[in-house]
Design a binder for this molecule. Structure first.
Ligand code: SAH
Length: 221
């Protein structure tokens, strides 16, 4: 049988297969999460000289000295968040916008905040280009959450705090789940999952991770 695809299509298909294979082999097994990550082109969120590494399973530098997380970590965190289509989700740490884009295919509405105005603006441009209309991005200090939209069904934090910030715990609805890295920023941190029950909070440790620190206050740019 002859293969009628153009060489470029072949590359794209092969790249996508490798990308999904890496996710699965690192434990991302949730079909909805895999389907969302197959649809959102990570290449749209990586600019400049690292653009050709967008489909490798590694974190990459983005503007403002920040990083776009490793795809398998995005997959594992998204999976741990157990998002359902009716959920209102808050993400703290917009960065490139990639994680918010993946969440937007799984949730009803996504609010994402970053302390860097520039990152928020650039992420908004990509959301518009990809026609992701259920994401609202704001420049804000996410350690205070987003009180005007609280409570949330799910909260995902993509920068490491020493402890779960009180305002974020307070903005969880009963039954809500929050996934976040905690620990000192210059050592290994743990990814933890917090569930809010009728009577309090349950904590579970998931795995070791390494994230940039959650920093207080707005940034200069
Ligand atoms: N989720 C991103 C990666 C985030 S990197 C992605 O998919 O690309 C962590 C981000 O957290 C950085 O952009 C950093 O500016 C942001 N951040 C750090 N402290 C913050 C705070 N207090 N409030 C909001 N954003 C914060």
């Amino acid at each position: 049988m002859t293969d009628n695809r153009a060489p470029q299509d072949e590359d794209t298909a092969e790249r996508k297969m490798r990308f999904l294979f890496a996710l699965r082999s690192r434990g991302v097994t949730d079909q909805r999460v895999l389907a969302a990550m197959e649809r959102i082109d990570r290449g749209a969120f990586v600019r400049g000289i690292f653009a050709d590494r967008a489909y490798d399973d590694m974190p990459l530098p983005i503007a403002c000295g920040q990083t776009i997380s490793q795809p398998s970590v995005v997959g594992l965190m998204t999976q741990a968040l157990e998002v359902s289509p009716r959920d209102k989700v808050l993400e703290v740490g917009t960065g490139s916008g990639y994680q918010a884009a993946v969440l937007s295919l799984l949730a009803r509405r996504v609010y994402t905040v970053d302390r860097h105005r520039r990152l928020v603006r650039e992420a908004e441009e990509v959301f518009a280009r990809l026609n992701l209309t259920n994401i609202t991005a704001r420049t804000a200090d996410g350690s205070f959450g987003l009180p005007e939209q609280a409570p949330f069904d799910r909260i995902l934090v993509t920068a490491a705090a020493e402890d779960p910030p009180g305002p974020l715990l307070a903005q969880m609805r009963i039954g809500a789940i929050m996934v976040l890295p905690v620990g000192q920023s210059d050592t290994v941190q743990s990814l933890i999952r917090v569930r809010r029950t009728e009577t309090g909070f349950e904590y579970e440790e998931l795995r070791a991770v390494r994230f940039v620190p959650l920093v207080e206050g707005l940034a200069q740019e």
